[in-house]
Design a protein around this ligand. Structure first.
Ligand SMILES: Cc1ncc(COP(=O)(O)O)c(C=O)c1O
Length: 380
């Protein structure tokens, strides 16, 4: 059997990893500033994470949600503490798309409405509603097409106000990434987030903060929306939540009431996934990784801004993007193959940095040195 060929693949076989480093089958060492697409939060194969998973798997890995699973409650408690959202309710699932799917569905159940406001350049996942709310027609199958999504320009308060003024009573939810990831690292203005909150309050719509990529401490705050001082009604999470162990979830404001059967999943919230997620939060607390993300992120942002050949340096914490001019279009490949540094990209010409929140200052400085070298090579 062959693999279904949907991914453009780099010819690299990573065989082991530790912290912010990975090694291939030829013993080449790489610095990982991509984190497998913002997934590696506390560092590859962190010993506490490995230990927690090993201990759990020896006891029980999975049973369905038809029984008590105390480790879910332990996770909810710790998540409430670390995120500061103690009053919220946790629903666990397996991925970012599934988290958004459940968030949108819940908003529709709660309001009895169908319309969703989403934004240009958004990415919310590939399942039916999540992909419908994603601004990329290339990944929308005909069956996903719906009239229920209204796409508005990002950071445009006037367009938002106008849509609420005309259709406010039909809007079930607004879904927004606090920092757009796939769309190229676009940071939502605080005033924009405040306006979403105000309009959702006024019209009884649900504010969904898609925090799958920008959440879980990546921005230096637990949720990037925290910076604006706004509280969303639902936050969706995945990626960094399990440091590579698949787990996703939504946290839900106390104003939204649950009913048996309204949401559900077979695998979501299994013992093993909860153990991995607890390990992540415990390490985030113990190693103060949000402060580290803030500090190392500031260093990277200011260092990048001082490199003249690149422009549009933007982001928060360890979610950073910059524009690469045409004559440097092979920069990402050169960083990977010549300098052994993984970075991410966003089409057409953005390099994205999404490293572990434990990235050290030394590794950040090493990257800046190699990046300058790679750029200078073009000028020679
Ligand atoms: C902001 C955002 N939401 C949702 C998703 C979908 O997550 P998953 O691939 O786990 O379904 C992604 C994935 O890149 C994302 O960046």
């Amino acid at each position: 059997m062959k693999l279904f060929d949907v991914y453009p693949i780099n010819d690299i076989n990573i065989t082991h990893a530790k912290g912010s480093r990975v090694w291939d089958d030829r013993q080449n060492e790489y610095l990982d500033l991509y984190g497998g697409h913002a997934v590696i939060s506390i560092g590859h194969t962190h010993p506490h994470w490995v230990h927690r998973i090993e201990e759990q798997i020896k006891k029980i890995a999975f049973y369905s949600n038809s029984i008590k699973i105390p480790i879910q409650e332990e996770l909810a408690h710790t998540l409430g503490e670390v995120s500061g959202k103690k009053e919220y309710q946790l629903f666990l699932c397996n991925s970012g798309a599934e988290a958004n799917e459940n968030a949108l569905k819940l908003a529709s159940f709660h309001t009895g409405r169908k319309k969703i406001i989403a934004f240009k350049k958004s990415f919310h996942g590939r399942t039916s509603l999540a992909v419908a709310a994603t601004d990329n027609p290339a990944i929308l199958a005909p069956v996903n097409e719906t009239e229920n999504i209204i796409f508005l320009p990002f950071n445009d308060v006037a367009a938002l106000e106008e849509t609420f003024n005309t259709q406010g009573h039909e809007i079930a939810a607004v879904i927004i990434e606090g920092i757009q990831g796939v769309g190229g690292i676009n940071v939502a203005d605080n005033s924009f987030l405040l306006s979403i909150r105000k309009n959702c309050n006024q019209y009884g719509a649900i504010y969904i903060a898609d925090s799958v990529q920008c959440g879980y401490g990546r921005s230096g705050k637990f949720f990037s929306h925290d910076d604006a001082g706004v509280e969303a009604d639902i936050y969706s999470m995945a990626k960094g939540m399990g440091n590579g162990f698949p787990i996703g979830g939504i946290i839900i404001s106390p104003a939204l009431k649950s009913k048996h059967g309204m949401l559900g999943t077979t695998f979501g919230g299994n013992h093993l996934a909860c153990a991995a997620a607890l390990a992540v939060l415990e390490v985030m607390k113990k190693e103060d990784l949000m402060s580290n993300a803030e500090k190392v992120g500031e260093f990277l942002l200011s260092s990048l801004k001082s490199i003249p050949s690149i422009s549009g340096v933007r982001g928060k914490g360890l979610m950073i993007g910059f524009d690469v001019p045409d004559h440097l279009k092979n920069l990402k490949k050169d960083l990977l193959f010549k300098h052994k540094i993984f970075t991410g990209e966003a089409k057409p010409n953005v390099i994205r940095l999404l490293p572990s929140l434990a990235l050290t200052m030394e590794d950040a400085a090493y990257f800046i040195e190699k990046l300058s070298l790679a750029i200078n090579n073009y000028q020679d």
